[in-house]
Write a protein that binds this ligand. Sequence first.
Ligand SMILES: Nc1ncnc2c1ncn2[C@@H]1O[C@H](COP(=O)(O)OP(=O)(O)OP(=O)(O)O)[C@@H](O)[C@H]1O
Ligand SMILES: [Mg+2]
Length: 366
Amino acid sequence: MAGFKEAQGDLRLESVTKTFGDFVAVDDIDLHVPRGSFFALLGPSGCGKTTTLRMIAGLEQPTSGRVLIGDTDLTGSRPYERPVNTVFQSYALFPHLTIRDNVAFGPKRRKAADAATLAADALELVQMTQFAGRKPAQLSGGQQQRVALARALVNHPEVLLLDEPLGALDLKLRREMQVELKRIQTEVGLTFIHVTHDQEEAMTMADTVAVMNKGTIEQLGAPADLYDLPRTRFVANFLGQANTGVGAIEGTDGDHLVADVLGTKVRINKARSQVHDGNVLFGVRPEKVQVSRTKPDGVGNDVKGVVRDVSFLGVATSYLVDMPSGTTWSCYEQNLDVDPIDLRPGDEVWLTWNPGHAFGVAAEDQ
Ligand SMILES: Nc1ncnc2c1ncn2[C@@H]1O[C@H](COP(=O)(O)OP(=O)(O)OP(=O)(O)O)[C@@H](O)[C@H]1O
Ligand SMILES: [Mg+2]
């Protein structure tokens, strides 16, 4: 069998658990990351993202379970034995070395004959060639982050782990680097595992997003699928905005469930609901909700509310509407007409949506 370092293929975590004392940081997770994909681990602070990465890197060993690349079981092996490199939020470059030498450090240490060429290629990839002769202190934060990336890529790892690598950058630079990282990943074709708590970052960059909560993976899928059809209340609220209400399921109407929300009937496509009896939390995304002054005919899902706030955003107008249930809904209307409906706070409005756009999840989080 080839050594750990030569392992190739998909990354897999099998029933991986990590406990610190009696605290379960990562709770029996299974993950399958296809080779060459851009995978994001998304979740709130403390949910176990870094701990998961550290187990993939070998900086931490699972309490139980296995970490594999292809058919090679890496569990128990040391970090330097694994074909895995990590880029952290703090880039920790060697301050006394030039950029060129920082990047060549890895190849030189493993006595690669072409260390200089490898370093030059990696700097080219992150567009830092012109700064090769400088010291880290002479670079901006974003430039240092590129060098840190080059220093990891130069080793050509099978899996590159990125732990909030853009966290220290300002918003504009962060957006630029997101595009840049995606380009680099496509170019090198390596497996990237990107940890973030920024849902927009995860959605714009990754092929697949795993949403983590309290040490478990709540849902995993393509960004558009997670947004369109969240399977838990947590995912519905963590990934984008959701207008929600709790209703009691009363029966069915063809392909739809009918739920009663404080006297208002709402319909949810059966295939889009995780629960089929009892209480359901139904949800609909803000851009799927239409606002009108009069009750529209025939749509079927309509609720009357009172406008709380109107914000003109240029491309769209955003409304906040107080609902009879006591919650506030958000909706966006694209500004297509020269004469938009002139709504003011205090106005009564009807909100409608296509039942095919609603989703249903368990009302109580378990
Ligand atoms: N060495 C340790 N000893 C004890 N508890 C730890 C240790 N490392 C992590 N934890 C705990 O495990 C949980 C998960 O930590 P982790 O660093 O994986 O979170 P995270 O999802 O990366 O959060 P953040 O977004 O804040 O970086 C936290 O509650 C943390 O306090
Ligand atoms: Mg972390």
